[in-house]
Design a protein. Structure first.
Length: 220
């Protein structure tokens, strides 16, 4: 009999994710250069937009903790807009349902992605947001599970985790074996330069998908 479980309840630790999906972290700069090497330049107009984003976030954060929905409005949505992910050739899907079938069909894990960025129906980026009282690391196990649900496992996919103040980038590939790596954690509180680098990475990921052919063959 098939058993069905919710991803957030079934995958609660990195050990769970590694064991259930055969995942391994690979700490290799050549595996995930998109967050650190030859980042695209950004314009003065883009910097101005990011300054507004950061000022608004700090203003609202100064009043206390922010809920997940507010983080999406203040941080995630403006970043996607400035980075161009709301425009062609990308498409946005919110609250996308995913399903993983494990153990020869005996177990089904289900979840819901906050924001999914697609290009030609292929996954580009998953975004998962949390309220400010939670660490971005708390979302890592479920985010890895969402990435493993990619219907095109031969293509790389990226995930951005944020609680508003911190942002973490992840890259995962499933061939020849499932593996992933992480960026450093970027902090909006630190300086405007942090937000500029975040946008550069967003844009770099978009360019990487195009140059590798993923975007033409194909963000919690």
């Amino acid at each position: 009999m098939t058993q069905t479980a919710v991803i957030t309840e079934a995958i609660t630790s990195l050990t769970d994710a590694h064991t259930r999906f055969g995942l391994a972290r690979i700490e290799d700069e050549q595996f995930f250069p998109e967050w650190s090497e030859e980042l695209p330049k950004i314009t003065e107009a883009e910097k101005t937009s990011l300054d507004v984003l950061r000022r608004r976030y700090l203003y609202h954060r100064g009043e206390g903790d922010l809920l997940e929905g507010t983080v999406m409005l203040l941080v995630v949505s403006p970043l996607l807009a400035v980075a161009g992910f709301y425009d062609p050739p990308f498409k946005i899907a919110a609250e996308s349902s995913v399903e993983l079938v494990l153990n020869d069909g005996e177990e089904v894990l289900r979840g819901r992605i906050d924001v999914l960025v697609l290009q030609n129906q292929l996954w580009v980026m998953v975004l998962e947001s949390k309220k400010t009282t939670l660490s971005v690391w708390s979302a890592l196990p479920q985010a890895l599970a969402y990435l493993m649900a990619n219907p095109h496992p031969d293509k790389p996919v990226y995930v951005i985790l944020t609680n508003g103040g911190d942002i973490l980038f992840i890259k995962l590939t499933q061939t020849p074996t499932p593996r992933y790596d992480l960026s450093r954690v970027f902090a909006l509180f630190t300086s405007a330069r942090e937000v500029y680098e975040i946008l550069q990475i967003f844009k770099g990921i978009g360019q990487a998908m195009s140059t590798t052919g993923c975007a033409n063959a194909p963000v919690l």
